[in-house]
Design a protein around this ligand. Structure first.
Ligand SMILES: Nc1ncnc2c1ncn2[C@@H]1O[C@H](COP(=O)(O)OP(=O)(O)OP(=O)(O)O)[C@@H](O)[C@H]1O
Ligand SMILES: [Mg+2]
Length: 343
């Protein structure tokens, strides 16, 4: 939730208090960020990542460290070691200033049941430093934006889960933030509600032109609205990439032959493809029509009897496993829990 004064923030860069806001560089940067809650719980483990402007999916299984990272970015939790910065400002040292730039939607239900949505969001606007009249106006705008205009005078306690999630989003927006940190915004919603919430988040990103981080354990669910993905597991970075390279890498051709699989694998490699054996199949990254041509020619040259050729997707878990291996050679396998793939 936004707290603190808003003065000093200008549209492009500018300052907050006496601190320069670097709007042109990465929105978020962490360097070897580690958080231990007790000596035996390491929630973040040397996480180094940089988040560009746009909508970023923060993906990880339960307990991966998503909420911990968000709270450190808000300056609400202190890292054990390492650093985190938002717009170039150190989160550990300048939490109060940073919170004036961020709208935060917490993971858990945290709404007071016995006030109206208007009262609550106006109050949060006041908390973020807005004068009374502006807070009221901004609250009305935010509630309209999330589709709660008609219902804004109802007590929050009478709202459905979907409406409560929207109030949480409205209060995150009310202080006119530069960055939104949304912790599992689709929690508790049915499939239609999830889809509407994601559309709403996507529209906010486009219309307000602000950066958004959306934490989720379902990559398949949020990938359609994201420009970038940061995947973490057990507090470590699995992969940070643009969504196109994530989904692009997932296009694979599965080739199966009745006999001579080793010879075919060798031949495909000789033709410059990157074949990989998976039990009785060969997986070949699909680059374009040339991939089909090369497979056809290899089969013809070897007179290999083709039994199956199909487009297959990497499972998300496979992608994670590969990138974990690539980024941390010699390290133990980082993927120990399943990240569900709902596609
Ligand atoms: N206050 C705390 N005290 C002790 N351990 C904690 C605390 N908060 C989180 N943890 C532990 O730190 C790890 C990371 O938790 P975190 O809540 O950041 O994960 P998450 O990715 O947000 O998970 P979820 O998807 O379940 O929300 C977990 O092992 C969790 O049990
Ligand atoms: Mg969490």
């Amino acid at each position: 939730m936004t707290t603190g004064p808003l003065e000093g923030v200008t549209d492009s860069g500018g300052t907050v208090g006496k601190l320069a806001v670097h709007a042109d560089g990465p929105v978020i940067q962490t360097q070897a960020l580690t958080k231990r809650y007790r000596s035996d719980v390491t929630a973040l483990d040397g996480l180094t990542v940089s988040v560009a402007p746009g909508i970023t999916g923060l993906i990880g299984a339960n307990g991966a460290g998503k909420s911990t990272l968000i709270k450190i970015l808000l300056g609400l939790l202190e890292p054990t070691t390492g650093r985190a910065m938002v717009f170039g400002i150190d989160c550990g040292r300048h939490g109060e200033q940073i919170r004036t730039l961020i709208g935060y939607m917490p993971e858990h239900d945290c709404l007071p049941p016995d006030v109206t949505a208007t009262e609550f969001v106006t109050h949060m606007g006041r908390m973020s430093g807005l004068p009374a009249t502006s807070a009221k106006e901004r609250a009305a705008e935010s509630l309209r934006h999330v589709g709660l205009h008609e219902e804004r005078y109802r007590l929050v306690g009478t709202y459905s889960t979907g409406m409560k999630q929207r109030v949480k989003l409205a209060q995150a927006l009310v202080g006119d933030p530069r960055l939104l940190l949304l912790d599992e915004p689709t929690n508790g919603l049915d499939p239609a509600g999830r889809s509407e919430m994601l559309d709403l988040i996507s529209r906010i990103g486009t219309e307000f032109g602000i950066s958004i981080v959306v934490a989720s354990h379902l990559l398949g669910e949020i990938e359609r609205i994201c420009d970038h993905i940061v995947a973490i597991e057990a507090g470590r970075l699995l992969r940070a990439d643009t969504i196109t390279s994530f989904t692009g890498a997932s296009r694979m051709l599965r080739v199966e032959v009745d006999e001579g699989i080793q010879a075919l694998e060798d031949e495909l490699a000789r033709r410059g493809l990157s074949p990989r054996r998976q039990q009785r199949s060969i997986l070949v990254p699909l680059v374009g029509d040339a991939t089909f041509d090369a497979i056809r020619d290899a089969l013809a040259d070897l007179r290999a009897p083709l039994s199956r050729l199909e487009l297959s997707r990497h499972s998300v878990e496979e992608l994670f496993r590969e990138s974990a291996g690539a980024q941390a050679p010699g390290q133990p396998d980082l993927v120990t829990t399943e990240v569900p793939d709902v596609r």
